[in-house]
Design a protein around this ligand. Structure first.
Ligand SMILES: Cc1ncc(COP(=O)(O)O)c(C=O)c1O
Length: 415
């Protein structure tokens, strides 16, 4: 495509006049390309996709029915703006019933989002001035940081390591950065590590935030997907509402990724500011979708069923990977199993391949074993296996897991 004057007009934040010209291929594109190449080479073979980051099933029929019924109501047809009372009230009741958060005022302390991703892209506008710092965990979901940088902010990365149970070391932040830090973004259960927070950690976060006058944004997109006990909400921590907000999402909680709906809850001032910027960014999610999500929030047993399936698959995948010598440990929630990547793989005939990065391993797994994963090289070398692979039924699920075991068993991994 010939350069037009438009090329010279792009903002520096997306690359300026060089926008779109970089030859760099990013991780997810590399995975896609490797998958396409593997499929072209082995058209009849089955690619096992353990790289997906979203549920493999549809929303439950009753939620779909609710959407249909609400979509037929003329009063739901228009702009929803910052939402109506149904979702807010259902969200407040959900926080109390499911997460033990008692004191959320649905009118002033909750506003819906068109998904957590949208909320993470709106919130930086409320807080970040040029030169401000945002504290983000890596590996992680970087949307807040990307937008913070769009506003001239800086990102300070806090590595999540196995030694620290994949919780950030708040004591490691240099004084100069801390002075300029305005926001700490957390996400538990965590993507990609699958790690969960603890009430003690959240209590420390509240103390840290108060001491350094920092806002906490807790991305709770996977919060409801727990394998035992109650979901842990940051808002259940004493004092949490003084320092931050929590983002909930119907995407993973109710198999509703494409529907785009969630909510922001917590500190009244922050929720109000989010609402003000949101009002200038979107006109609200379709009310019928909001009502369907509200139905889900009134029926947490839906999520319990979804989580039970992931738990069962996780048990089986841990066994399969452990047999192949991976150090796999079942997480307490999410649908991600995060394991150290091998350094090499040896075939029976004697050939051996060494891997420098997790990305090398991931590429090799697709090319050689037709198994797709997501590699992370940000803080150590790890692979993320997701248990949201598509299976027709329970028998098919077992077959796929056996197939993974068979393919991985053809080599000896070295760690
Ligand atoms: C940590 C994390 N936060 C947020 C999202 C996006 O959630 P939503 O579908 O609600 O926008 C994802 C999606 O993968 C995620 O992994």
């Amino acid at each position: 495509m010939a350069d037009s004057y438009i090329q010279s007009l792009f903002a520096e934040r997306i690359g300026g006049s060089q926008y779109g010209k970089s030859q760099a291929i990013y991780k997810f594109e590399k995975i896609k390309r490797a998958r396409r190449a593997a499929m072209a080479l082995h058209p009849a073979a089955e690619i096992i996709d353990l790289g997906v980051g979203e549920p493999d099933e549809m929303a439950f029929p009753e939620v779909v029915e609710k959407l249909c019924a609400e979509a037929r109501k003329p009063e739901n047809r228009g702009y929803a703006d910052n939402g109506d009372a149904a979702l807010k009230q259902a969200a407040a009741r959900y926080l109390e019933k499911v997460c033990g958060v008692k004191d959320i005022n649905p009118e002033t302390e909750i506003i819906h989002s068109i998904g957590t991703k949208a909320a993470l892209s709106i919130l930086p506008a409320t807080l970040v001035n040029p030169g401000d710092y945002v504290l983000m965990t890596v590996p992680g979901y970087g949307v807040f940081g990307t937008h913070a940088k769009y506003y001239g902010g800086n990102v300070h990365n806090l590595p999540l390591t196995e030694e620290k149970s994949f919780l950030p070391d708040l004591g490691s932040i240099p004084g100069e950065v801390l002075k300029k830090s305005k926001v700490l973004v957390l996400n538990y259960p965590n993507n990609p590590t699958g790690a969960s927070a603890t009430p003690e950690f959240f209590a420390r976060v509240v103390e840290f935030a108060k001491q350094h006058q920092i806002v906490v944004v807790h991305d709770a997109a996977y919060a409801a997907l727990v394998f035992e006990g109650q979901p842990l909400s940051f808002l259940a921590t004493p004092g949490a509402k003084d320092v931050g907000v929590e983002l909930h999402s119907a995407s993973k909680t109710f198999n509703m990724t494409g529907w785009r709906c969630g909510f922001v809850a917590g500190n009244e001032l922050l929720v109000k500011a989010y609402g003000d910027v949101k009002d200038n960014s979107d006109s609200g999610q379709f009310l019928a979708i909001q009502r369907a999500v509200a139905h889900g929030l009134e029926h947490p047993e839906i999520t319990e069923k979804i989580a039970a399936k992931y738990s069962r698959r996780m048990d089986a995948l841990v066994q399969v990977l452990s047999k192949a010598e991976f150090k796999a440990k079942k997480p307490k929630g999410s649908f991600f199993l995060y394991v150290k990547a091998p350094k090499a793989a040896a075939k029976e005939g004697g050939s051996r391949i060494e891997f420098k990065t997790a990305e090398d391993v991931s590429q090799w797994l697709i090319a050689e074993k037709l198994i797709s994963t997501v590699p992370w090289d940000d803080a150590g070398r790890y692979l993320r296996f997701s248990v949201t692979f598509v299976a027709r039924n329970l028998a098919d699920e077992c077959r796929i897991l056996d197939e993974i075991a068979k393919r991985l068993g053809e080599v000896k991994f070295e760690f």
